[in-house]
Design a protein around this ligand. Structure first.
Ligand code: ATR
Length: 282
């Protein structure tokens, strides 16, 4: 590891931030590419978030990733926010420009799509997709699927009003809301099923979803990565569906930030996947 007086600095701001795997991930790439730099966890209390963001240019930090609960405030605080982040309603990557301005974007949808293309390259945006959930992750994924040309996207969420609000802000006729109780009835002609909820995550309830009516050619994607093989993915794999787990979304969403701060578009491979999953400290 090289950290000289000229080291390039970046990090992640969250509260708490101790669970974040981003430092492990970015420092792996820094070491791999022999870059004089460091990527640090910044535990930023919401009470001091404004000062923390505004101090980035003064400290000479090249930028940060932004995680819960700061993604919305980051959108407000950036001097420039691109169209994608505006539509998603959240900023997860900030680049400090040469002029000392904060430029915000959102790479979650990029990470989602790159992981899908990487793991299931035969997938095409030609059939309906079903999204389970309507939280922050669902929003980024919905925008990514709309932009990739998916003809119909069905959203089903326990709290229907939240799904309706999401659809209303994006105002696109390709979005349909499905009642939570009817979530199994909308699978029959779907081509992609995505779980964006916390259901199935270690310490959370399992996702209750019978996928027997889903066509066997449909890809099943769970963005949960702890555990890597959720009950949904196990069930889908046993039935013969192509499946995609969640770790790659985390790894790919990090690439644009790393490129902007450190100058290299890094590679996501199995070794990195293993290394990030091995993190037992979080
Ligand atoms: P994130 O930003 O990571 O997407 P979030 O905004 O907290 O997280 O969203 C969590 C998602 O999991 C929501 O869709 C939530 O449904 P509600 O909008 O009804 O809360 C969903 N979720 C969490 N616990 C759930 C449960 N027990 N049953 C059904 N859905 C659940």
């Amino acid at each position: 590891m090289i950290i000289s007086g000229k080291a390039l600095l970046a990090g992640v701001m969250g509260w708490p931030v101790s669970h974040s795997r981003s430092p492990r991930l970015h420092n792996y790439w820094l070491e791999k590419h022999n870059i004089d730099g460091a990527y640090l966890p910044f535990a930023v209390n919401p009470k001091t978030a404004i000062q923390a963001f505004q101090s980035l240019p003064a400290l000479g930090i090249r930028g940060v990733n932004v995680t819960v609960p700061h993604k919305e405030i980051a959108l407000q605080l950036c001097d420039h926010v691109d169209d994608l982040a505006q539509r998603i309603g959240a900023v997860n990557t900030i680049v400090v420009t040469e002029e000392g301005r904060l430029s915000g974007t959102n790479t979650d949808g990029f990470g989602f799509m790159e992981n899908l293309r990487d793991r299931q390259p035969q997938w095409q945006a030609t059939g309906p997709a079903v999204i389970i959930g309507a939280g922050g992750a669902a929003r980024a994924i919905l925008v990514a699927l709309l932009d990739s040309g998916v003809p119909e996207i069905r959203i089903t969420n326990r709290t229907r009003a939240r799904a309706e609000e999401l659809a209303a802000t994006l105002n696109n006729e390709r979005i349909r809301i499905i009642d939570w109780d009817q979530r199994e009835d909308c699978l029959a002609d779907a081509d992609l099923l995505v779980n964006t909820t916390t259901l199935g995550m270690t310490g959370h309830l399992p996702l209750s979803l019978d996928i027997k009516s889903l066509p066997l050619t449909a890809t099943v994607y769970d963005i949960v990565y702890a555990p890597l093989k959720t009950a949904l993915l196990q069930d889908a794999a046993e039935r013969g569906h192509p499946t995609v787990d969640g770790i790659g979304m985390l790894l790919h969403q990090a690439r644009p930030g790393f490129k902007a701060w450190f100058g290299i578009d890094p590679v996501v491979d199995d070794r990195l996947r293993q290394y990030v999953l091995e993190d037992r400290t979080s």
